[in-house]
Design a protein around this ligand. Structure first.
Ligand SMILES: [Zn+2]
Length: 297
């Protein structure tokens, strides 16, 4: 059962090290300093393989220059943390209890992992739904907007980044079925243009609601904007709706909910992790773990 819950990677440090080796050097070992592939095996550092670069003389091991280097956590603990965080939407408190580590240690590792994730590159085939919600995310992440209907995420709250209620855009590309959740400093025209910038179609069809920041798209040949006005009790007009955005936003809300402490400056890494979660969603355990590692190497 090699593809199921990758248990042995969480119990054996050398099995964990083997996996890192497999993923990191899948195209061959490369010196982290000079990028040369003229390397030879050179003993080991604990259970991690060590190498010597014959080009620049540097020695390094499987963990060198990765987020796992110089860490108090063992690799297997890192893997377990990353895995349950991504797959099971587990709170830091729960992981802390499972591993008997401090809250701070687990939180810092989760955040180091999430910060190492790249921004999703958005290329749209269209048609595209776009919508925004406002997330209550204070400096400490504990502030709540009393007016918001739902906890954490509310629609059309007229929030602002400065007011600790940054807008989060949801894009659904109906052409590719890709979804993106991107926090922004403000819900304005230039942000919207940036999000929709990369598209194949000459004129990208964009479905929105009646929010005014989308209006300038109508005067631009690069876009065909179609919209529904929620205030008028109109939620869908055939294909014209942002319902998929709304359901994706509610998944986002669920994703953030065990992490009540997420502050606005950490929203981006947490939402990148959510993006990765979706990419791993239907993958078997071992493969999901490999992809998660690959995303931060
Ligand atoms: Zn080198």
């Amino acid at each position: 059962m090699p593809d199921m819950f990758p248990l042995r990677r969480f119990v054996s440090e050398s099995a964990a090290a083997d996996l890192l080796q497999q993923v990191r050097w899948r195209d061959g070992v490369e010196c982290p300093r000079c990028r040369s592939d003229l390397t030879v095996r050179n003993g080991s550092y604990r259970v991690y393989q060590r190498y010597l670069c014959k080009n620049c003389g540097r020695t390094f091991n499987d963990k060198t220059d990765t987020i796992f280097a110089h860490s108090k956590l063992k690799l297997k603990e890192w893997y377990f943390t990353i895995y349950v965080f991504l797959r099971f939407n587990t709170s830091i408190r729960q992981i802390e209890a499972e591993l008997n580590l401090s809250y701070r240690t687990v939180r810092l590792r989760v955040e180091r992992f999430a910060k190492a994730l790249d921004a999703p590159s958005i290329t749209l085939s269209g048609p595209v739904e776009i919508d925004e919600v406002y997330v209550s995310a204070g400096k400490k992440g504990r502030e709540r907007d009393r007016e918001s209907r739902s906890r954490g995420l509310s629609t059309r709250g007229r929030g602002s980044y400065a007011g600790d209620k940054p807008p989060v855009f949801t894009l659904v590309d109906r052409g590719s079925d890709d979804r993106y959740v991107v926090p922004a400093k403000s819900a304005d025209e230039s942000t919207i243009r940036l999000l929709l910038e990369n598209h194949d179609e000459e004129s990208l069809t964009v479905y929105t609601d009646g929010f005014r920041a989308y209006e300038p798209l109508e005067e631009d040949d690069a876009f065909t904007r179609k919209y529904v006005v929620h205030g008028d009790g109109e939620y869908a007009d055939g294909d014209i709706h942002v319902n998929t955005c709304e359901s994706h936003a509610s998944l986002t809300r669920r994703w953030l909910s065990p992490h009540r402490g997420v502050s606005k400056d950490k929203l981006t890494p947490y939402l990148r992790a959510f993006q990765l979660r979706r990419e791993l969603y239907r993958k078997p355990g071992e493969e999901a773990l490999k992809l998660a590692l690959n995303a931060v190497l």
